[in-house]
Design a protein around this ligand. Structure first.
Ligand SMILES: Cc1cc2nc3c(=O)[nH]c(=O)nc-3n(C[C@H](O)[C@H](O)[C@H](O)COP(=O)(O)O)c2cc1C
Length: 479
């Protein structure tokens, strides 16, 4: 490799300091983007697969490893949905195990705020932060559907409109719990809690009643890095108020710029500066020796990911009716959606309350491009992405970041676990050469990798309804 420009001094062409790209490696967890029929596909459950991707990502100096989450296997027409990854271990034990085989890589896990309790989550993420030496991240998702909820409670679930209200109270309370320990709460000389070092928490809110003392010390990061994934106006406001990173679906250049400007503009209302929140869309990368070869490969991958029956099942979710009589290689169904049966798929995370405009838009697109059902599904269910030679892809990724369409990307492979190897081997070195991506880790924590400040205890406002006892109440030190 040529001698790279030191990252901190590199400048972009217009003289602005060059933004540093942040990259995460996504392990398939929910949507079925992996081509299982490919002989190179390996288990999505064996620890060796998780370990492989994590080790390769760390060798490439990526910011973090990322796990999505689904809490109930989706069902479509009463069957397990064939768009889902089927059979997945729980997020937090996987990340804890990875902490033992990696040293610098951030460990980001998606964990739902609707079906879990704040004390448990605060304790689990603080523990992961401690065990990993400051590498934990929590991707907050708010999916509230009753079908998933039935796995957790006797019929209880959350109205859709309250998902961010509960999430906001839960995170604020988690922060209170993390901050209830001073960083130096325990006297290292005698191993006892300093007077006032661990404060009780008493919270009485709409969704939670929690009082007591937190048992887990503050982790190396103070608070684990908080991600948010959710696209509504409420979701964007929640991110601006709460998150350090947004995991978005806006990877195309202009769409990405619009999303980036929108979310960053919401920060000022919360007294935050633009750099305190990073925006990282999901994306795929397909490489070839020539642009044509890469395009051909990308098309092949999408055809493998969306066979005919998958395309029909995808449309059925929106039409709310059986469409198996339609030829996936033929035109879109001429029948209208059945509004009575839109729950034909249960456990979905994206909600389409009115399929009318969606169906109209798809019909127009298909007519304008001469697309079959399968062509349309390939287009509308794709994650966008970078397709070309390694040089073209490196140029393009860098352009997105330098021109504020993102702060980096979460890379989604189509093969488990080695699907990002060519990106690590071919694209990352080119980004390093141009000074846009680290050649070595300069910090030990994920906050340091992402250029995020470590929150000091007591700087985050208490959640509404909180009656935290502020001072020292008691300590373990004998008087
Ligand atoms: C890019 C992206 C990734 C997501 N990943 C997950 C996930 O892994 N698990 C999950 O339960 N929900 C996931 N969600 C869904 C949302 O967090 C959740 O459905 C939320 O209620 C929708 O919020 P919204 O209305 O603000 O979009 C994801 C959403 C987006 C945009």
């Amino acid at each position: 490799m040529t001698n790279p420009t030191p990252a901190s001094t590199a400048r972009s062409r217009d003289g602005r300091p060059r933004k540093q790209i942040h990259l995460g490696a996504h392990f398939p967890g929910v949507n079925n983007t992996t081509v299982w029929s490919d002989p190179a596909s390996r288990s999505q459950i064996d620890f060796s697969s998780f370990e492989y991707l994590a080790r390769r990502a760390e060798e490439a100096k990526l910011d973090f490893f990322f796990l999505a989450e689904g809490l109930r296997l989706r069902e479509h027409k009463g069957q397990i949905h064939d768009l889902d990854v089927v059979g997945r271990p729980d997020t937090l034990p996987v990340l804890a195990a990875l902490a033992a085989v990696t040293d610098r890589l951030g460990l980001a896990g998606t964990v739902n705020t609707t079906f879990n309790e704040p004390y448990e989550l605060a304790r689990q993420f603080a523990s992961l932060d401690i065990l990993s030496g400051g590498r934990a991240a929590w991707n907050l998702v708010t999916s509230p559907d009753a079908f998933t909820g039935a796995n957790f409670r006797r019929g209880g679930f959350l109205p859709y409109e309250e998902r961010y209200e509960r999430a906001g109270e839960l995170v604020a309370l988690a922060r209170q719990l993390w901050d209830s320990w001073d960083d130096d709460a325990v006297d290292t000389e005698d191993g006892l809690v300093r007077p006032g070092g661990v404060r009780p928490v008493a919270h009485h809110g709409k969704h939670f009643e929690v009082s007591g003392r937190f048992e887990t010390p503050r982790g190396p990061q103070g608070h684990p890095v908080l991600f948010q994934a959710g696209d509504s106006a409420d979701g964007r406001d929640f991110a601006a108020a709460t998150a350090d990173v947004v995991f978005s679906a806006h990877s195309a250049f202009e769409d990405g710029q619009a999303f980036y400007a929108d979310v960053k503009s919401r920060l000022a209302a919360h007294g935050r500066d633009r750099d305190s929140l990073k925006i990282l869309p999901a994306t795929v990368v397909v490489l070839g020796d020539t642009a044509e070869e890469a395009a051909e490969r990308a098309r092949e991958i999408r055809l493998q990911q969306v066979p005919g029956r998958t395309a029909i099942a995808f449309l059925e979710q929106v039409w709310g009716r059986d469409l198996t009589a339609y030829d996936p290689e033929g035109p879109l169904p001429d029948v209208e959606p059945d509004l009575e049966h839109l729950s034909i798929t249960r456990g979905r995370v994206r909600h389409i309350s009115d399929p009318g405009p969606v169906v109209r838009g798809w019909r127009e697109k298909a007519a304008a491009n001469g697309w079959s059902i399968r062509d349309l599904v390939i287009e509308v269910s794709g994650r966008g992405g970078f397709v070309g030679t390694a040089q073209q892809v490196a140029d393009d990724i860098d352009r997105h970041v330098q021109e504020d369409a993102s702060d980096g990307f979460i890379l989604v492979p189509h093969l488990t676990p080695a699907g990002l190897d060519d990106v690590f081997d071919q694209v990352v070195p080119l980004l390093q050469e141009r000074g846009s991506f680290r050649t070595e880790y300069t910090g030990t924590t994920l906050r340091e990798h992402l250029g995020l400040e470590r929150p000091e205890a007591g700087t985050v406002p208490a959640p509404a309804g909180d009656t935290v006892a502020a001072g020292a109440i008691s300590s373990a030190r004998p008087s």
